[in-house]
Design a protein around this ligand. Structure first.
Ligand SMILES: *[C@@H]1O[C@H](CO)[C@@H](O)[C@H](O)[C@H]1NC(C)=O
Ligand SMILES: *[C@@H]1O[C@H](CO)[C@@H](O)[C@H](O)[C@H]1NC(C)=O
Ligand SMILES: *[C@@H]1O[C@H](CO)[C@@H](O)[C@H](O)[C@H]1NC(C)=O
Ligand SMILES: *[C@@H]1O[C@H](CO)[C@@H](O)[C@H](O)[C@H]1NC(C)=O
Ligand SMILES: *[C@@H]1O[C@H](CO)[C@@H](O)[C@H](O)[C@H]1NC(C)=O
Ligand SMILES: *[C@@H]1O[C@H](CO)[C@@H](O)[C@H](O)[C@H]1NC(C)=O
Ligand SMILES: *[C@@H]1O[C@H](CO)[C@@H](O)[C@H](O)[C@H]1NC(C)=O
Length: 560
């Protein structure tokens, strides 16, 4: 390239930079995920202390997480009266890039799993998003100094130049009459790799186990799990049962479309989760995810179980093995590489230091879900693949605290799963015409007949593909919902979320260029046990918001 062209080029970029920093038309496109604002938006009385946690631009960052020391702020009341804590994540990106996972690990506990959105490949203006997450249930961690790690493995190479400029702040709400000291566990135990130099998520298969030793006066233990599919299992919902693979093109991914995340205590199933089929902003129909991210992309749903029935086993002062894995309905229960898993235990102790005793009085849990898979002929002599699975677990225990208090614990799970995949014979090999799955069910735990944990959920999920007449583009349509009652879940406000998102867009143009031809429609409603409400209906078409209506007590007031 000649000197003068190079000179002209740098002049031009300087000019653009000047224009972009000074004029509104270079504002980045604001992306977001539909979600309720944390109720602290209503806290006008508390002293609020905002402290910076992380400021870092993630370029090539594989094996190079951001590791910082956290010190609780002084001058914001003492941690034992804090009303809550929120994390504010703001990310800017421009250029071309794929979505990446972001694992937030604090004191070896994964407290938040997010993913990045896709920047605007053609403009210098890029995109920006902010997500404010309620992390009040982790106050026991925020109360003391510790290590905070953000693992965001980004790849910068030819054709992929997008970096992620991350700002993360924590806000502590000092407590007020409206927001009194938050309920909290005595102890949070990580079910992670415990690594100090990277995020602490485990990659399976095969399973992952960690040894934990509980204090002998522990009386309750609630588990929370993170689980997301990656790599060859990323599109697990469209995998084919191995027994039918011979009817599909070579290379078609097997192990079937069902996954369950299991938790085992000393090798015994303690509970399972039928995971929400999360997609990233680069998943099916990428242009449909701008500027409205797939539900869950910025704040992945977690799964709650009550491990209290295992307290009689866990409190003997010895280490016990807790295993996390993901199983399919194949005869050998194998899955493809890989899933990222982690978990934590919120543990409460008795007022007495005497050891807790008790017994598991009833144990009904199969090792794996029961399932049935079948094939039928579909339209145009295509194939339909149908897989159904179900789970029924009941574990009862009697727990006797050192102080003498007796608790009868009954933990049950009744979960259902169904999947129908439709393949047309005249489609490209192994390319589905439609994938539908629905997981639903209820997890319920009672302590002396009072609800300690309830999780009632329905996750319908549909992807359809079509090539409009006279075109050669693949048009993808996704329609999914997240309907969940999570009540009263200790240390977490009881919430009811009814969310529905339909998005469509071209499946892929060339390389990593996704274009702008997409639509999105969202309806969201939130209520909680504190009486807070929030609703939002928002539509977008070709990058532009076409309708936006918010209602309820948690609507942010516009800055004046
Ligand atoms: C979150 O951080 C961004 C960037 O620092 C800021 O603009 C925004 O006001 C913050 N939001 C809240 C709720 O703190
Ligand atoms: C991480 O650090 C803690 C505290 O220093 C230590 O107990 C633990 O063994 C370390 N983890 C690993 C995997 O080295
Ligand atoms: C637990 O069961 C064993 C026998 O299985 C019995 O000896 C013991 O008394 C029981 N403990 C409690 C606290 O019920
Ligand atoms: C299997 O699941 C599909 C999809 O939910 C459903 O239509 C079908 O009725 C189920 N079949 C059985 C036998 O439960
Ligand atoms: C990138 O941003 C420009 C300017 O806002 C817009 O015209 C273009 O459609 C965007 N492209 C993509 C792929 O979002
Ligand atoms: C977007 O896709 C639709 C459906 O294929 C097509 O009718 C429309 O012309 C496309 N618009 C643009 C701007 O490409
Ligand atoms: C949002 O989009 C959906 C799907 O296209 C449509 O049915 C609905 O009427 C739209 N809502 C508004 C308020 O425009």
């Amino acid at each position: 390239m000649s000197q003068s062209i190079l000179f002209l080029q740098s002049l031009l970029s300087l000019l653009l930079l000047l224009l972009c920093t000074n004029y509104a038309f270079c504002e980045p496109l604001v992306n977001f995920q539909v979600a309720q604002p944390p109720p602290f938006i209503l806290d006008t009385e508390s002293l609020q202390c905002t402290i910076p946690i992380i400021q870092r631009t993630f370029g090539s960052s594989i094996g190079d997480p951001e590791i910082v020391r956290y010190i609780p702020p002084t001058g914001c009341s003492t941690p034992n009266v804090w009303g809550g804590v929120t994390l504010n994540l703001t990310v800017k990106s421009s250029g071309t890039q794929l979505p990446r996972f972001a694992f937030f690990t604090f004191q070896n506990v994964e407290i938040w799993r997010s993913s990045t959105l896709i920047p605007n490949e053609s403009g210098d203006d890029g995109i920006v998003w902010t997500y404010v997450k309620d992390v009040t249930r982790f106050i026991p961690l925020f109360s003391k100094p510790g290590t905070f790690i953000l693992q965001l493995d980004n790849v910068v190479e030819t054709g992929l130049d997008g970096e992620f400029a991350v700002t993360l702040e924590a806000t502590i709400f000092s407590g007020s009459s409206r927001f009194p000291p938050a309920q909290r566990a005595d102890l949070i135990i990580p079910l992670t790799t415990l690594a100090n130099n990277t995020g602490d998520e485990a990659s399976v298969p095969s399973g992952f186990s960690v040894e934990v030793t509980l204090p002998q006066n522990a009386v309750t233990a609630f588990a929370e799990l993170q689980a997301s599919a990656n790599s060859r299992d990323m599109f697990w919902y469209s995998d084919i049962p191995n027994q039918f693979l011979s009817h599909f093109a070579p290379g078609t991914v097997g192990e079937g479309p069902f996954r369950e995340v299991r938790v085992l205590v000393d090798g015994q199933v303690a509970g399972v989760a039928f995971p929400y089929p999360f997609v990233t902003a680069g998943g099916t129909a990428p242009p449909g995810w701008r500027p409205i991210a797939p539900y869950g992309a910025l704040d992945m749903p977690t799964y709650h179980l009550d491990l209290t029935p295992f307290i009689p086993i866990l409190v003997n002062g010895q280490p016990h093995s807790i295993t996390l894995d993901v199983a399919s309905t194949e005869p050998d229960h194998q899955i493809n590489q890989n899933w990222f898993l982690s978990g934590l235990l919120q543990v409460n102790l008795d007022s007495s230091t005497l050891p807790t005793t008790g017994n598991i009085t009833l144990y009904q849990a199969d090792d794996y879900a029961t399932s049935i898979a079948s094939e039928s002929s579909g339209d145009n002599s295509g194939i339909n693949v149908i897989v159904n699975a179900s789970r029924s677990i009941r574990i009862e225990a009697e727990i006797i605290a050192g102080s003498g208090e007796k608790t009868k614990v009954v933990f049950t799970q009744n979960l259902e799963y169904g999947s129908v995949q439709k393949y047309l014979q005249n489609e490209p090999p192994a390319f589905p015409q439609q994938v539908f799955q629905i997981a639903s069910g209820e997890t319920l735990s009672t302590h002396n007949d009072e609800t300690a944990l309830q999780d009632t959920f329905t996750y319908p999920f549909l992807i359809g593909y079509a090539t409009p007449e006279g075109t050669d583009v693949i048009w993808a349509q996704m329609d999914h919902a997240y309907d969940r009652v999570l009540l009263p879940a200790p240390f977490i406000m009881g919430t009811t979320i009814i969310e529905h998102q339909a998005a469509s867009g071209t499946e892929a143009s060339t390389g990593y260029t996704f274009g702008t031809n997409g639509t999105s429609s969202n309806t969201f409603s939130y209520t909680d046990t504190e009486g807070n409400t929030y609703t939002r209906k928002v539509n977008a078409s070709n990058n532009v918001i076409t309708f936006d209506n918010q209602g309820g007590t948690l609507v942010p007031t516009a800055p004046t």
